[in-house]
Design a protein around this ligand. Sequence first.
Ligand code: MAN
Ligand code: CA
Length: 200
Amino acid sequence: MLSYSSCMIPAVAALLVTCHALRECPGNTELPEIPALPQRDDLKGQSHLSLPNSLDTDPLDVIADLKHRLCRLEGVLVLNGKIRKAGDKIFASNGKKVDFASALGSCEEAGGTLATPMNEEENQAVLSIVKPYNQYAYLGIKEGETPGQFKYINGMPLSYTKWYKYEPNGKGTEKCVEMYTDGTWNDKRCNLNRLTVCEF
Ligand code: MAN
Ligand code: CA
């Protein structure tokens, strides 16, 4: 049977060029302006007859309909507290406390990765999940070969940090990073049980 994530890949690939248009969701007004894509009526004559969505196969109409449906679904998920949005990222937790490798594995299986806040807004979004669970969470950051040098899971150097006072202090013995319930970070051993928070 196809996994959920592999099922999603074709759909996501087809939508990649339009996903940034999710900024156009009502309520996402804090997001920056983007150049306008062709709109549904731009390429058509005035004689366009509006068909029920189920009969309309015009690609622009199909895309517009999908955007609208995605916006509504995201609205429901935000309303129900299932996801947090920050910029282009979506953060979510399965509520489970596991070690670093297991947390990363379940995020990847779902088509995402471990939450990796790269600015204050994203850190606040992750914190808003950590807070209600009242549980520390592993982040998608690991110590490199050089003690004290932390990197994103993809190997890139950190562009934003939120270390707690005197952290990181493990000097090679604490190779993972946890978020405290105030949003600050601590380097920590990787084999503890911490809340799984993913980003998509
Ligand atoms: C414990 C661990 C360390 C942390 C210190 C802070 O020893 O959680 O990672 O740096 O407390 O006092
Ligand atoms: Ca530490």
